[in-house]
Design a binder for this molecule. Structure first.
Ligand SMILES: [Ca+2]
Ligand SMILES: [Ca+2]
Ligand SMILES: [Ca+2]
Length: 206
């Protein structure tokens, strides 16, 4: 697939999921769901991560009576002396194409803020996009291909704006191209011409 087309697909895929990621107030377990989802088939979330001691709440996004979104909550005492345990959203798992397999994992910190999102955007069973968030904004997005542990592309964002891309175009695990963007425009490209993963020279653009 041409990389531009793929980027476009990935972008629309991510946009479509923003609503899921930034759902309404979390914190408490939703109520009245038992009645609403009575008789729903629930295949359960993925087995990628453990869910020991967690409460799993299934949802049905496309109203086909089969669960496709799961919210996983932990129950903890915020302070050791607290009498009550607090329920907190720790993870959401989504089957976004409704094929019965989870393809997106949203991870939340102790303040229930999204900090990491993993996605299998082409539904081949392996995670190919990992995004990191800070205060609701993406700060880094890594692109993976199956069998390679390091990203083939790492996109860095500052206040939501792309400013640096690191590329491993020959898939040897080493970056050989660094792209610097200023106000959305490619301003500089760094090259590793010797193949040792270290930058050799910069090329500037006006
Ligand atoms: Ca469904
Ligand atoms: Ca799926
Ligand atoms: Ca490389």
């Amino acid at each position: 697939m041409k990389s531009n087309l793929r980027n476009l697909l990935v972008l629309s895929f991510l946009l479509a999921l923003t609503a899921v990621a930034c759902g309404a107030t979390e914190g408490e377990l939703p109520s009245n769901l038992e009645e609403r989802y009575k008789g729903m088939t629930d295949p359960g979330p993925s087995t990628l991560y453990g869910r020991e001691g967690m409460t799993v709440q299934p949802f049905d996004l496309n109203n086909d009576n089969v669960a496709d979104l799961w919210k996983l909550y932990t129950k903890e005492k915020e302070n050791i002396d607290d009498a009550k345990e607090t329920t907190k959203l720790a993870r959401k798992e989504v089957d976004s194409n409704f094929d019965g397999k989870v393809d997106i994992w949203f991870h939340y910190n102790l303040l229930e803020a999204l900090f990491k999102e993993e996605a299998d955007s082409n539904f081949d069973g392996s995670i190919d996009l990992v995004s990191y968030y800070d205060k609701g904004r993406v700060v880094k997005r890594d692109v993976f291909i199956p069998g390679l542990l390091t990203p083939v592309a790492a996109r860095h964002f500052r206040e939501g704006v792309l400013y640096k891309v690191e590329l491993d175009k020959n898939h040897d695990g080493l970056v050989e191209r660094w792209e610097i963007y200023v106000e959305g425009k490619l301003a500089q490209v760094g090259h590793d011409s010797s193949g040792d993963g270290r930058l050799d020279y910069w090329e500037s653009f006006d």
